[in-house]
Each structure stands twice: as structure tokens, then as C-alpha cells.
Design a protein around this ligand. Structure first.
Ligand SMILES: *Cc1c(COP(=O)(O)O)cnc(C)c1O
Length: 387
């Protein structure tokens, strides 16, 4: 078996030689020639019920299967050490498919550990897909389980306060109920939740995996049984990843390890510098000992990552910072080559219920690949402009 950097560069690239190409091929076909009504129908049946086409079989229609998307799925599955992966149009489409599969299996109840990404929190709290949620503290998961609980959902590091959670302990508490870990913030470079007992790993591939702020996607890495059910939901409901973003996301995998490590090095420096700043009341970053009481960085997680949050004296002070940055862009999203700042309570976590809203004095920074000093200088001048 190759190392993970080699896997990132090469996974999903099998069979290019016979095609006579070196770059990943993009197949944009929305439909595919059918050899006969009988064989086409059999292929359709196979894919609409969660299967993949057999070698040489017609792929019938892009909503059922696409080879460019399948290559990305193979690459991502290898990085997550998963048997399979199923890709979707967005992270939210991926989460929706998991929830629908769980509801269809007669298990509509979800135990979720807050904080979660605001959109995920909103989807669960709204019950729009027929799920019923109980929000639990990390230590209260077992007590929240019911006979109809189909999923336990958590993020680590969590969006937006970077709280870390012990995945193996969460799996123990879940008593055999499948655990879904949103691994968007860590990326498979820093953490592979399936190796710790999770059943499903979800990514907003829009973030680190694409890495350049120009492609949306979502993906779930999991076992063959879940993958089949998720492909069926995807084929029937249509939240699929399309070939062009799939190509960009797959290309992003090759540089993911170097991008994650370089951004992390910057974030480490910035977190340390902000911790000593008189106007910053608190820095939330997994690399700071006070933010990792369980010692998960270095064991569960290979490193602290490149997302950090910090708090100022008041919400009014915090709200003035995004308007004052220059190099950094005031924008939601994260995990790209350039640094972004946003106010979680006002933006990404706006739909979250009042009792679970992030601190309004908090800002979240996605540290990019610029020179650490340039990012830091811009942040510090923006913070000091609120004085
Ligand atoms: C952005 C994000 C999502 C949602 O992904 P989209 O691609 O925007 O649909 C889910 N989870 C986390 C942690 C995110 O940051």
C-alpha cells in the first residue's frame, strides 16, 4: 500500500494509459448509447436500485452514473480508507441523501451533537425531510438513543468553534447506531473517521477538497451497503455531482495534503500571535492546549488544521472586523487557497436556534496559503481598527 500523499496524487487514475491520456478525462455525456432494449433496461434497473454498471454495460443516463464522477469517488474513498464513496451536488445534498436513506429504512430519529454547520443544524431542526432530531451533548448521546434512531451525527473539529470530539468514544456511546462524522474541517489528510469506527464520513467537497473556491460538491465515504442505498437515493432524487466539478474536485485531491499542511502551518503561527493580542479575548484553535483537553491532536487528528476562530470584547467590535480587512476576503466558505473571514452568528449560523447560536463576538478565519505574516498583519490592523 502506498503512503497517503501518493494516494492523493494517483487514486482514481487507473486505466488512463489504454485511453491514451494523462490528465483525467471528462465525460460530459448526459445520455449513453443503448445496445438493445433488453440490455439497456437491465443496466437501468441495476443503477436505479443502487448498483454500478458492469464493465462494457451502457451507463444509460448521467443521473444514474458517470465515469468522471466515479473516478473522483474512487480517489476520495482511497483517501478516507473507505470501501466506497458516493458524490453529490453539494455537501447539503449529500447529507440529505443520508437522511432520506435513513428515513426510508424506518429510522427517522437522529441524534446530533452541536455545534454543527449552520445548514446541517437547520436541515435537522426543520424536520423538512421527515427526520426527528434530538440534540445532545457529547456525553449524552447514549441517553438520547431511541429504537427508531438511525443516525448519530457530529462534526470534529466543529463549525464554528473548533470544538474537538473523541470519535471512538462517540461510536461506543452510539451502541451500534451508525455514526456520521462531518470531516469537512479536518479533511482526510488529518483524520479518517472510518478507521475509528464511524460508519459514514461526509465532506462538503466545496471546501478543502476543491480548494480553489470554484467548484461545489459533497461526498459520503462509507461501506458498500450504505453506498448502494445512497446511489439509489441519488439516482431517484437527482442531487448528483456533475462531471465538470467532479474533475475539479478530483484534481484538488492531488494537492490536498500539501495545501492542508501549508495552511495549517500558517494557522499555527496566526493562532499563537492572536493569543497574545490585547484586544483578542479568546482564540479557538485545536492547536492550542486549552482547546484540546482530550489530547486529540496528534492521536485522532494528525494536526490542528487551518480554521481558527477568535473572540473580541463584544459583538459590535467583531462585526467591524470583516469590513476592515484588505488582503483577506470577507466571505463565507473555507478551505481555499486564499484566506477568508466571516461572522458565524450573523452568516453561516444565522438559521441556528437562539439557544445554540455561536457567540456573536466570534469571528471565524479560514487561513489560506498566503505568507503567514501578510495574513496576520491584515488581521491585526483590522482588529486594531475597532479599538
Ligand atoms: C459548507 C459545509 C457544509 C455544506 O456543504 P455545501 O457544499 O455548502 O452544501 C456541511 N458541513 C460543513 C462543516 C460545511 O462547512
Amino acid at each position: 500500500m502506498f503512503g497517503s500523499d501518493t494516494t492523493a496524487v494517483h487514486a482514481g487514475r487507473a486505466g488512463l494509459g489504454p485511453l491514451g491520456v494523462h490528465a483525467l478525462p471528462i465525460d460530459l455525456s448526459t445520455t449513453a448509447p443503448l445496445p438493445s432494449v433488453h440490455d439497456g433496461g437491465a443496466a437501468y434497473e441495476q443503477m436505479a436500485t443502487g448498483g454500478v454498471p458492469l464493465p462494457g454495460q451502457s451507463t444509460v443516463y448521467q443521473r444514474l452514473w458517470n465515469p468522471t464522477v466515479a473516478r473522483f469517488e474512487e480517489g476520495l474513498a482511497a483517501m478516507e480508507r473507505a470501501p466506497e464513496a458516493v458524490a453529490f451536488a453539494t455537501g447539503m445534498a449529500a447529507l440529505s441523501a443520508v437522511l432520506l436513506a435513513s428515513v426510508a429504512a424506518g429510522k427517522p430519529h437522529v441524534v446530533a451533537v452541536r455545534p454543527l454547520y449552520g445548514g446541517s443544524d437547520h436541515l435537522l431542526a426543520s424536520a423538512l425531510l421527515g427526520t426527528r432530531v434530538t440534540f445532545a451533548e457529547p456525553g449524552g448521546v447514549r441517553a438520547a438513543l431511541r429504537p427508531d434512531t438511525g443516525l448519530v451525527i457530529a462534526e470534529t473539529p466543529a463549525n464554528p468553534d473548533l470544538r474537538l470530539l473523541d470519535i471512538a468514544e462517540l461510536v461506543r456511546q452510539s451502541d451500534g447506531v451508525p455514526v456520521l462524522v462531518d470531516n469537512t474541517f479536518a479533511s482526510p489528510v488529518l483524520q479518517q473517521p472510518l478507521t475509528l469506527g464511524a460508519s459514514l464520513v461526509l465532506h462538503s467537497a466545496t471546501k478543502f477538497i476543491g480548494g480553489h473556491g470554484d467548484a461545489m460538491g459533497g461526498v459520503v465515504a462509507t461501506d458498500a451497503g450504505w453506498a448502494s442505498r445512497l446511489r439509489q437515493v441519488r439516482a431517484v432524487t437527482g442531487g448528483l455531482l456533475t462531471p465538470w466539478p467532479a474533475y475539479l474536485l478530483h484534481r484538488g485531491l492531488a494537492t490536498l495534503p500539501v495545501r492542508v499542511r501549508a495552511a495549517q502551518e500558517n494557522a499555527n503561527k496566526i493562532a499563537a500571535a492572536l493569543s497574545g493580542h490585547e484586544l483578542v479575548t479568546r482564540v479557538l484553535y485545536p492547536g492550542l492546549p486549552e482547546c484540546d483537553p482530550l489530547g486529540l491532536v496528534g492521536s485522532q487528528m494528525a494536526g490542528p488544521g487551518s480554521l481558527l476562530s477568535f473572540e473580541l470584547r463584544s459583538a459590535e467590535h467583531a462585526e467591524r472586523v470583516p469590513a476592515a480587512v484588505g488582503l483577506i476576503t470577507h466571505a463565507v466558505s473555507l478551505g481555499g487557497v486564499d484566506s477568508l473571514i466571516q461572522h458565524p452568528a450573523g452568516l453561516t449560523h444565522r438559521p441556528v436556534a437562539a439557544e445554540a447560536k455561536p457567540n456573536a463576538a466570534m469571528l471565524r478565519v479560514s487561513v489560506g496559503l498566503e505568507d503567514a505574516d501578510d495574513i496576520l498583519n491584515d488581521l491585526v490592523q483590522a482588529i486594531e481598527s475597532t479599538r
